[in-house]
Design a protein around this ligand. Structure first.
Ligand SMILES: *Cc1c(COP(=O)(O)O)cnc(C)c1O
Length: 396
């Protein structure tokens, strides 16, 4: 459907061109189709569209040209056959589970996933007969032990939030295949600019487009990428009926984000590497979690699996919640917000925000201490970030 022959071009070319279908106006930039419905040339055409005998737009809950351009571009960038866009990252996860699973099925998830994902699995999907077991991301024996005859899905994020643990996706894909399960990978932290889970054997990729795909902290959105049958038919069947679809305006913002994705991910990664290295040598800093550091337990795996290490760092300060909050309150440049993946650097206290709704025991199990700080490193000059954090750390 695209004006670009997708097989012919490299990733960075596809990021700015794939999925575009020019209208008769010959526009250079992709237009925003803010239209809730589409017209038919006749009653017979309307009937054919509704019956599925003729392709084409009906209503923007089902399809929209701007949303389709975003979907087609992200699908190509992830190396998938098909992508469906959703209203948020959470609705991408919900649509995947509702589209592909049935009551009585069982999920095994890493315990290091996004806090709201844990709540979706353990507090909401559990009420509809979907049970989830949580295991440590890199404990492969625990994954295997948790799998039951009714297990249908293995779910993980790599690198994990906020501890940046890295899972071996090929190993996880082999485990999923051996037990006839789907491997679902949330690729929020790396994006296809840094790693492509489908090429490592994953079946489905999840995105919170809110983060790096937008990259400038503007819109909420999500996406599911995979094959035609599972994503294009089964996940889409849930979406078009239940309705958590992406708006055309948001799709356009994310399209513009995809065009600069490689440049941004490279800049985020370079700044994060410099800052992580510097943090290791600061007073009051106990441990720095960043896959680019030699000291990271999965540094070698991250080097194989990713083309760079991304923009997320977490670190522990000496002390507890009081000291962590003191550091956060002392920064002047860095934004105090729970969002990540923005060009502006953000600082977060996971234990009282993103992971605040987990029980204390859950947080302890996952290794999220009261003294843990997460940074989503932006593209400011790294010297200014150091000047912001340095004096605050020295005073702790
Ligand atoms: C933010 C986030 C989500 C949820 O995405 P929303 O767009 O906020 O719904 C899911 N997974 C990860 C890793 C995230 O960071």
């Amino acid at each position: 459907m695209s004006d670009t022959d997708d097989a012919e071009y490299a990733f960075d070319t596809l990021a700015v061109r794939a999925g575009q279908v020019r209208t008769g106006e010959q526009e250079q930039s992709e237009p925003i189709f803010l239209s809730s419905s589409f017209t038919f040339s006749s009653a017979a055409q309307a009937a054919a569209r509704f019956a599925g005998d003729e392709p084409g737009n009906i209503y923007s809950r089902f399809s929209n040209p701007t949303v389709r351009t975003f979907q087609d571009r992200l699908a190509v960038m992830e190396g998938g056959e098909c992508c469906v866009a959703t209203a948020s990252g959470m609705s991408a996860i919900l649509a995947t589970c509702m589209g592909l699973l049935n009551a009585g099925d069982h999920i095994v998830s890493s315990n290091g996933v996004f806090g709201t994902t844990v709540n979706l699995f353990s507090k909401i999907l559990s009420r509809f007969g979907l049970e989830t077991s949580f295991v440590p991301l890199t404990d492969y024996a625990a994954w295997e032990q948790a799998i039951r005859p009714e297990t249908r899905m293995l779910y993980l994020e790599t690198p994990s939030n906020p501890l940046t643990e890295v899972a071996d996706m090929e190993r996880m894909a082999a485990l999923a295949r051996a037990h006839d399960c789907l491997l679902v990978v949330d690729n929020c932290f790396c994006t296809p600019a840094l790693q492509k889970p489908l090429e490592q054997g994953a079946d489905i990729v999840i995105h919170s487009a809110t983060k790096y795909l937008d990259g400038q902290g503007r819109c909420i959105g999500g996406a599911v990428v995979g094959d035609h049958q599972r994503v294009g038919e089964e996940v889409f069947a849930f979406l078009r009926t239940a309705g958590p679809t992406m708006s055309a305006f948001n799709a356009w913002v994310f399209l513009k984000g995809l065009e600069t994705l490689t440049l941004r991910m490279r800049a985020h990664s370079e700044n994060a590497m410099a800052l992580a290295d510097w943090l290791q040598h600061q007073p009051s800093v106990r441990q720095v979690n960043y896959p680019g550091l030699q000291s990271h337990p999965q540094h070698a795996l991250a080097s194989r699996q990713q083309t760079a290490y991304g923009g997320i760092i977490s670190f522990e300060v000496d002390g507890g919640r009081a000291e962590a909050w003191r550091l956060i309150d002392a920064v002047r440049l860095i934004s105090i917000t729970a969002n990540l993946g923005d060009l502006k650097t953000t600082i977060t206290h996971p234990a009282s925000t993103t992971h605040g709704r987990l029980s204390e025991q859950e947080r302890r199990d996952y290794g999220i201490g009261e003294n843990l700080i997460r940074l989503s490193v932006g593209i400011e000059d790294v010297a200014d970030l150091q000047a912001d954090l340095g004096p605050a750390l020295a005073r702790l």
